[in-house]
Design a protein around this ligand. Structure first.
Ligand code: ZN
Length: 504
């Protein structure tokens, strides 16, 4: 039996968490509006609103009342149920991290990031890195400072990584990427030496109106309830989840790239399925929503690549796509489509790159971020460093910054240390498939029939329903045992050896 002071503290905690969730909801909607519906020259008012809201959130998370409640509950942590204990832990972590950042710096940073997003958008459109450079310099400087606030005992970049993937370090990632590169680079070389796959039909004219119909169809196949998840259109596709009943995804249509929006919708749909699959009990608490970027990316990339680019799924989907585009796809069959959407080739744009070369794009960003944060690379020299790494890892020349270092929105949003999560996500996903196949023998027959329910159910049961109850490493181990990136290497080797008819 908990004594009354603990019972009262739990009630107080829930009240504080709900207020904090409301502020996050409001900030999320303002941010979503900025990226979707807001007219171009409206950043100023939004910046002020974000400044006020984040100031309120700062006060709430660091206030004396919150500290007092957390102190009581931390002293009685063993008496709390698993979920409440985790909420206390997560609130305490947020409190400790945030209270080390002086309030003025925290507010100024929120305003900076808000401004930087519109500046980046313009800089990218106009291929003008110099316009974005002073903003990125400040963002890097803030992140370096914040890293010291988050965890003064860690190397600064490790502290940033830890924000996105609890427990991740450069030491782990250096090894992970090195091993992966040792498999991907020679495999890619053999793929490039094999006869090229013809994907030219994917670049015919696909009217955007009809691509929107394809998006609707994909949402239906993915089993995503449109009354709880909308699709918007933005420069760079993303997902926002406000709670498990209100998720927003976005896509971007290109008339001459059928696969682009199609796989954005499946990818973001994977994120949405995760958020929508969290149990109700976590809503409006500190343990709400997906637990980490790496686990989130494991879900989006599972649907995008492992399911969405499988022969089984394409076999089911292709006849429906051809019904939508009978003229464009008159001379194409499912096998040709399967091969085209899996074509591997070094390319410039991460989000449009194939499953095989994708991790190489991430390695470029990982190297750059490490150097920016440890100070060995100045922001001014970023484009040159970027271009050199693309040449070294992917063997290609970058013609301009628009298709080079300005292509991603992450840095303008202040997300440094996020990119490695994408590659980790792919590796987590490959191991989840390994476990899922063992437990669900008829898996691929179901996928071939367009029934994704068994896949979704497995993921919901092992991953989604727990929201942020367990740290990512623990969640993964409970579902799949010890993390071993060899599953991903084997998956890629098997898939591309068969696809390109490579001999051993
Ligand atoms: Zn994603």
């Amino acid at each position: 039996m908990m004594d009354q002071s603990v019972t009262e503290a739990v009630a107080k905690l829930r009240e504080l968490e709900e207020k904090r969730a409301a502020l996050y909801h409001a900030m999320g909607v303002v941010n979503y509006d900025a990226l979707t519906a807001a007219p171009k020259d409206t950043a100023e008012g939004r910046g002020r609103t974000m400044g006020v809201l984040s100031g309120m959130e700062y006060k709430l998370t660091t206030g004396a009342e919150t500290v007092a409640v957390l102190d009581v509950l931390t002293a009685h942590i063993a008496e709390l149920d698993e979920q409440t204990a985790r909420e206390v832990q997560l609130m305490k972590k947020a409190n400790e991290q945030i209270s080390r950042i002086p309030a003025e710096e925290y507010t100024a940073y929120s305003v900076l990031v808000n401004d930087a997003q519109s500046v980046w958008q313009r800089a990218k459109n106009e291929n003008d890195f110099a316009a974005f450079e002073p903003y990125l310099e400040k963002i890097v400087a803030y992140n370096r400072t914040f890293a010291g606030y988050y965890n003064p005992d860690m190397k600064p970049y490790d502290a940033l990584l830890n924000e996105y993937e609890e427990g991740m370090t450069m030491e782990v990632l250096d090894g992970f990427f090195e091993n992966l590169r040792a498999v991907i680079v020679p495999l890619l070389r053999r793929v490039m030496a094999a006869p090229a796959i013809d994907d030219s039909f994917l670049h015919r004219s696909y009217p955007i109106e009809k691509q929107r119909v394809l998006s609707d169809m994909l949402m239906e196949v993915l089993g995503i309830d449109r009354s709880h998840c909308s699709i918007g259109e933005t420069e760079h596709p993303f997902t926002d989840g406000f709670n498990n009943k209100d998720v927003r995804i976005t896509t971007h249509y290109h008339e001459h790239e059928l696969a682009s929006s199609m796989y954005s919708v499946i990818h973001e749909g994977g994120h949405a399925i995760y958020e929508l699959g969290c149990e109700d009990r976590f809503n409006y608490t500190a343990a709400a929503g997906g637990v980490s970027m790496g686990i989130h990316e494991s879900q989006s990339r599972f649907f995008e690549n492992i399911i969405g680019r499988s022969r089984a799924f394409i076999g089911f989907l292709f006849p429906k796509i051809r019904e939508l585009f009978p003229e464009q796809l008159a001379d194409v069959d499912a096998e040709m489509f399967y091969r085209a959407v899996n074509k591997a080739e070094p390319s410039l744009i991460r989000t449009e790159s194939d499953e095989l070369t994708y991790a190489l794009h991430i390695m470029v960003r990982y190297e750059i971020e490490k150097r920016l944060i440890d100070g060995s690379l100045a922001v001014h020299d970023l484009p040159a460093a970027w271009n050199a790494l693309y040449r070294e890892y992917l063997g290609i020349d970058v013609p301009d910054d628009r298709s080079g270092c300005l292509q991603d929105s992450h840095w303008s949003g202040g997300a440094i240390g996020y990119f490695p999560s994408y590659a980790l996500g792919s590796a987590y996903g490959a191991q989840m498939l390994h476990c899922m196949e063992a437990e669900l023998p008829g898996l691929w027959e179901q996928v071939a029939a367009g029934n994704l329910a068994p896949v979704k159910e497995w993921l919901r049961e092992h991953i989604h329903r727990y929201a942020s109850l367990y740290a990512p490493g623990e969640l993964f181990e409970r579902a799949c045992g010890k993390f071993d990136a060899a599953h991903f290497a084997a998956y890629l080797t098997d898939k591309y050896t068969a696809l390109y008819g490579l001999k051993d």
